[in-house]
Design a protein. Structure first.
Length: 241
């Protein structure tokens, strides 16, 4: 397995980009404390990128991680409609090439010490008429970190995602339960126990619910510091390759 991690989710809206950004910030902080090194961030495909839309995932990755990377260098494909990547590409007459993404990803892996890849939805999301997100993760030979909800329903979704990952030849290395709120601690701990028992994958982190995104650069700076601390305390970084 390569020196990076491919972040996927049990479904849309589980906070993959948030986890990717705070994980990258925490990894960079650890490298800085241990002699230096560079964390890379990559969003191979993003959708819903419009002038009037909220910040695209690529911007959230850069602002949330604090890494000195131009936003334009963090993504490869961007499409205006927030739908499945294959459909988003088709709507504008474009086509995603998994082979080209795999080649680019290999270069990105070689150019940094750790690479955090923010996928597009779940592993079974179509990128083309023949390939899905799992095919890209497999081509990159990256282990998979699964972001899941903390509450009811997450055990089924997570076990299915782990099973699909293994069936695709991928190595799921852990689960992050993201977005727990007050009063969810008990059910979250029960869910974590069941996921570890039935999926045989460790729950390596539990992150609290994230309030609204910051609006200014200063707010993003404060946000980053807070979430880097939370990630360092809540994520078992030693479980990552």
């Amino acid at each position: 397995m390569n020196h990076g991690v491919f972040i996927t989710g049990t479904d849309a809206g589980v906070g993959m980009t948030h986890v990717a950004s705070v994980l990258a910030a925490a990894l960079q902080r650890r490298l800085d404390e241990n002699g230096g090194g560079r964390v890379g961030l990559w969003k191979p495909v993003q959708t819903g990128v419009r002038d009037e839309a909220p910040l695209p995932d690529s911007a959230k990755l850069v602002l949330g991680s604090g890494l000195a990377i131009p936003e334009s260098e963090t993504f490869s494909y961007a499409f205006p409609d927030r739908v499945v990547p294959w459909m988003a590409a088709q709507r504008i007459g474009a086509r995603i090439s998994i082979a080209q993404l795999a080649e680019e990803g290999t270069g990105r892996l070689a150019a940094c010490d750790r690479l955090v890849v923010d996928g597009a939805g779940g592993l079974a999301v179509p990128l083309t008429d023949r390939g899905v997100v799992a095919d890209l993760a497999a081509a990159l030979a990256l282990p998979v970190l699964i972001v899941a909800r903390p509450g009811i329903g997450t055990v089924n979704h997570t076990l299915l995602t782990v099973a699909y990952a293994r069936g695709a030849g991928l190595k799921p290395i852990g689960v992050v339960l993201n977005g727990y709120r007050d009063g969810q601690a008990d059910i979250m701990e029960e869910n974590a126990m069941m996921i570890e028992r039935f999926a045989d994958v460790p729950v390596i982190g539990k992150l609290p619910w994230l309030p609204g995104a910051p609006e200014s650069d200063d707010d993003w700076s404060t946000w980053r510091e807070r979430w880097a601390d939370v990630a360092a305390a809540s994520l078992d970084l030693d479980k990552l390759p």
